[in-house]
Design a protein around this ligand. Sequence first.
Ligand SMILES: *Cc1c(COP(=O)(O)O)cnc(C)c1O
Length: 457
Amino acid sequence: MADKNIPYKIYLEENEMPLNWYNVRADMKNKPAPLLNPGTHQPMTAEELGGVFCADLVAQELDNDTPYIPIPEEIRKFYKMYRPSPLVRAYCLEEKLGTPAKIYYKFEGNNTSGSHKLNSAIAQAYYAKKQGLKGVTTETGAGQWGTALSMACAYLGLDCKVYMVKVSYEQKPFRREVMRTYGASVTPSPSMETNVGRKILAEHPGTTGSLGCAISEAVEVAVSNPGYRYVLGSVLNQVLLHQSVIGLETKAAMDKYGVKPDLIIGCAGGGSNLGGLIAPFMGQKLRGEEDYRIIAVEPASCPSLTRGVFAYDFCDTGMVCPLAKMYTLGSDFIPAPNHAGGLRYHGMSPVLSQLYHDGLMEAVSVPQTKVFDAAELFARCEGILPAPESSHAIRVAIDEALKCKESGEEKTILFGLTGTGYFDMVAYEKYHDGKMDDYIPTDEELQSYFAKLPKVE
Ligand SMILES: *Cc1c(COP(=O)(O)O)cnc(C)c1O
């Protein structure tokens, strides 16, 4: 069954690696809606955004027209430490499933941070350094983004302050120590160091925190300390732009071997890995050159695309950040405490939201025990112990391959394997001990969050 012309792992030569990021917005007929000022509801200007974000990143955020943006040489030099990432033909998984489908995955877990987040972390740290800043602030939930940013800041000699959701800070002490090894300061959020943290603690004593709350704290610290800016690891247009390196490498490798995916699958939290993986393929689709089926996979416990509404919403709990038009569950939404599979953000990238709204991609949600079934099957035949987030994509890739087995179709399936799960063994433990459940929010619950969305004309 195996096609011996195609190696197990495909790496690109150095001179085949991308020199430019690809900005899919340039080819979108319906551009993503602009970020709005939370007070005036007017589009955020570059000047307003510049108080929070680095200048070059603001320019990238607002650029809906330039298709290719050069990757600065220093960033390419850093990328070469861990890129190109391998594109792997999952021969063992195909055999195990007995499917005629050909399955490929792009593996982004081959760096110490263990995920694709380093691709944008180094870019954001680079532009902060270029602007002569002292440092950056950010939030981290599961810890992958904080780790990636710490690595990038250590490389460039920037200060890095991370607000880590308290429950993760306590449950993942080793993640925390990795960040400190790379020189970051790590504060459990909510903390007593910020106005917003003190306010949240006064209103909800004993809270274990949320991403939205940690974002509010990190933004406050950035805007009130000269020489600091805030950086974010997902959702924003600029992050999807940086992550396009994943898709560009994938496409170059597939083109080299004459392979074309029929189906492209990725997990979606804030949408950055999926947006990056699909970028050049979506570009072809938007230009009418090729067609692909594209599927976003999200947890049934945090189903922003499949059950959320397409509306302007706050990006954070403290309501200090700009409003973004996106598929959202409401900025107060917090997934059930038993949800261990990551992808917990209430909203979705405005770019992906618009593409989904325009019918250019699909979305499905999957319950977490089914996700861990897939993770374990994958680990046992492909060797890699996947992150729970990545395993959402594995689940749907397996389901689609099994459909091919029934129909006899030899489809080519590509999915994004965003990272490794070594820091998620508490989640795996719950799964192995049968203590994991599949809590799915009711319509009534979701309605209560939708009712609180900001009213934007
Ligand atoms: C952060 C993360 C995700 C989800 O974020 P996106 O922005 O949706 O890509 C997925 N997988 C891993 C391993 C992550 O660390």
